[in-house]
Design a protein around this ligand. Structure first.
Ligand code: NAD
Length: 451
């Protein structure tokens, strides 16, 4: 049997292996999931939520073990690995009630008619996930899919199959047989799921793969939720708290070695405060410790040599075109990339438009707020954006001119509990979280009788 081996990107050591699912077997897995679906749906909304709730203490008990596996398999610092693992129990606790509320039938009446809006299961969901949050990304799509009464065929990233399997193992301890089926492999297995008889594809990953999936799914008009890449801008206004802005820029450019879909990838700073901002950012970047995630550094390795090569090629090309390195830029070794700050980044450079997904902060000086907004919006992506400023009204006004789906004002983009995780433009199609997000895993039906 062919196996997929998983390696620690910090050490090169083998972490483990999983059997690869033969592409030719995928239709049979989907058929098993379809056969299991009616009985799972028949448990009812509360019944399914009660089953899923049983996973909460298991996730809580295994948080440390899961956190260590995340760090071993994809490299993030252990504190972040354990933080991600702990969020699994927390998310389930917080969101199952919200899901039940979102999916409970709703009665709407007027003078003539009384309608009931139902949110029914779609059938079988094909769930395909990336490696950068190898347990929370599966959680974001598997839990709402299952709560809605769907069964799921799940393919974790080929970079983090052990995390995907460990996550699914917990759910499978509480779920009936075949309600959640894991398949392993890379693009070919993902493509086979998309081609198969599933009713919906829930996908988080790159824009290119998302576009491919959308084309393939059009044949049978499969339902889609696509959470794709980003090229998030940050605007620093003249009256911003520059220390706070620089600290945010460093954290959000270098967290998880920049391998975050809502990383700050482009920074537009007003000319008059640029010297001070760049100096502060370079100072923080220069003090960051890089190393094996297990040893608790600020920044771990890139997930793979391929990702490292992509990042370093973008940095080298930018420098060759005139960008200046004011922090990092050297000392890279193995899969480790030193946190790097580039200034003088211009729109013609690849690093200004294509997703980097690495620990690089790119700073561009602008002469007006209008220029900052125009350049921040000059992208086909639209996931997150951030603006730092002093005057509340003016800063809010800039936030409202940004075309991203999630905008943070003097803070990260994450919204209050119950708000959606939503990308605009080519960063996504459909969205996660919030009552509206949960309903995307369902077929809405309206039954009406006369009054
Ligand atoms: P990727 O697109 O290479 O792979 C993602 C998953 O899709 C993997 O499981 C892969 O095997 C599979 N796949 C690849 N091509 C496929 C195809 N044509 N059909 C079906 N399946 C296919 O992405 P990645 O490198 O694993 O993840 C990084 C990307 O994910 C970045 O672009 C990042 O911005 C994005 N991301 C987005 C969000 C969000 O919420 N918007 C969150 C996390 C990551």
């Amino acid at each position: 049997m062919e196996c997929l081996k998983s390696y620690n990107p910090a050490t090169g050591d083998e972490v483990g292996e999983v059997p690869v699912t033969a592409v030719s077997d995928i239709p049979a897995h989907v058929a098993r999931a379809r056969a299991a679906q009616p009985a799972w749906e028949a448990l009812g909304l509360q019944g399914r939520a009660d089953v899923l709730r049983k996973a909460i203490p298991i996730f809580a008990d295994r948080a440390e073990q899961h956190g260590k596996l995340i760090t071993a398999e994809m490299g993030k610092p252990i504190k972040e690995g354990i933080g991600e693992a702990k969020s699994l129990a927390g998310d389930l606790t917080d969101e199952l009630d919200e899901m039940v509320e979102a999916l409970t039938p709703e009665v709407v009446e007027d003078k003539r008619a009384r309608s009931t809006i139902y949110h029914d299961a779609l059938g079988v969901v094909g769930a395909i996930t990336p490696w950068n949050f190898p347990m929370s990304m599966p959680s974001w799509m598997l839990v709402p899919s299952l709560a809605a009464g769907n069964t799921v065929v799940f393919k974790p990233s080929e970079e983090t199959p052990l995390c995907g399997q460990a996550y699914a193992d917990v759910l499978n301890e509480v779920l009936p047989d075949d309600v959640l089926i894991v398949v392993h492999g890379a693009d070919d297995q993902g493509k086979a799921i998309v081609k198969s008889d599933v009713d919906m594809i829930a996908f988080t990953g790159s824009r290119e793969a998302g576009k491919h999936i959308m084309r393939e799914a059009s044949g049978s008009l499969k339902r889609l939720v696509l959470e794709l890449g980003g090229k998030d801008p940050m605007i620093v206004l003249e009256d911003a708290d520059l220390e706070k802005a620089a600290k945010f820029a460093a954290v959000n450019s270098f967290r998880n070695a920049g391998q975050v879909c809502v990383s700050t990838e482009r920074i537009f700073v007003l000319e008059s405060v640029a010297d001070q901002f760049e100096k502060a950012l370079a100072g923080i970047a220069g003090a960051m410790k890089v190393g094996n995630g297990a040893d608790g550094p600020d920044v771990g390795p890139m997930v793979s040599p391929r990702q490292r090569d992509h990042v370093l090629a973008q940095v080298d090309a930018a420098v060759a075109s005139g960008a200046k390195v004011v922090a990092g830029g050297s000392g890279h070794h193995d899969n480790f990339v030193t946190p790097t700050v580039l200034v003088g980044v211009t729109d013609d450079m690849d690093i200004a438009s294509a997703e980097t997904f690495g620990p690089v902060a790119c700073v561009t000086r602008v002469s007006s707020v209008d220029e900052a907004v125009e350049r921040a919006n000059h992208t086909r992506f639209g996931l997150g954006a951030v603006v730092f400023g002093g005057d509340e009204q003016k800063t809010d006004a800039v936030a409202r001119r940004l075309t991203a789906g999630m905008i943070g004002v003097n803070r990260p983009i994450n919204g209050a509990a119950g708000t959606p995780w939503v990308g605009a433009r080519e960063s996504g199609f459909g969205f996660h979280k919030s009552k509206d997000g949960h309903r995307q895993f369902t077929q809405t039906r309206v039954v009406t009788r006369s009054r």
